[in-house]
Write a protein that binds this ligand. Structure first.
Ligand code: UDP
Length: 237
């Protein structure tokens, strides 16, 4: 079948599926940081993220979270439901880190009195600016009802993922989610991987995520492999 490229993102390419309701996500080895300012090819990253994300989406499905995941096709490709992406990124934070620490002057790792949920506009040109709910509804990007669904769903996903990663000896510090509309429903789309989460080893505090690339800490793919290894072990128990 001829491959029809629908969209090429920074680390994934999206191709048309066999029918109008499906698409094929191909995880590439490209790594970017600083909104594309820093770039590299990390040999094998695509396969690692495809596998990690597939495990996590199947786990979430098992607990009643509808996702776009249908099946894994090969090492780097996933068959998915074809959604209309909602142009909002949802960021969930269990501890202060990254842009939150920088913006508000809070040391990384600071405990938070409640889980933080942030919305950002999905726009590379504008650098994904944070948006409040009235700004999002004012521009018609999502309705207030949809924002309530996004918030509640993201918090439920956070509880499910936090307990799974706890079993892996990993603190889920923060992560980013994207949702899409499918057949009139909001479902989880995009990916959940070390590219889109902060994972800290519980015992040592070692970063097991894309911060190793962003901050030139080295051993990027060893860390991704370690996350995958622990997830596979956790599935067996
Ligand atoms: N994140 C992401 N894509 C983005 C922005 C953030 O996947 O475009 C993830 C990031 O990996 C981290 C969390 O969302 O796990 C919070 O990111 P933060 O706002 O701290 O921004 P960063 O420090 O990554 O610029």
């Amino acid at each position: 079948m001829e491959k029809v490229l629908l969209y090429k993102g920074k680390s994934k390419s999206v191709y048309a599926g066999e029918n109008i309701n499906t698409c094929i996500l191909e995880y590439r080895d490209s790594a970017t940081a600083g909104n594309g300012a820093k770039k590299a090819e990390l040999d094998g990253k695509g396969a690692l993220n495809a596998e990690i994300s597939s495990i996590l989406y199947q786990y979430l499905e098992k607990y009643g979270i509808e996702t776009h995941f249908i099946k894994k096709l090969d090492d780097t490709r996933i068959l998915a439901k074809r959604v209309d992406i909602i142009n909002v990124e949802v960021i969930v934070r269990n501890k202060a880190a990254g842009s939150f620490s920088k913006k508000y002057g809070v040391p990384e790792g600071t405990a938070l009195k409640n889980t933080v949920v942030e919305f950002c506009l999905k726009s590379d040109e504008l650098g994904d600016p944070m948006m409040n709910e009235s700004q999002i509804t004012a521009l018609g990007i999502a309705s207030q009802e949809d924002l309530e669904i996004l918030k509640n769903r993201s918090l439920r996903i956070n509880s499910l993922l936090s307990s799974l990663f706890d079993k892996c000896g990993i603190t889920l510090v923060d992560f980013k989610l994207e949702f899409g509309m499918y057949d009139g429903r909001i479902i989880l789309a995009d990916e959940i991987s070390p590219d889109s989460c902060r994972f800290w080893d519980k015992a040592t505090g070692k970063k097991l995520d894309k911060d190793r690339f962003r901050r030139d800490l080295g051993d990027v793919l060893d860390a991704y492999r370690e996350v995958l290894r622990r997830l596979k072990n956790a599935q067996q128990v």
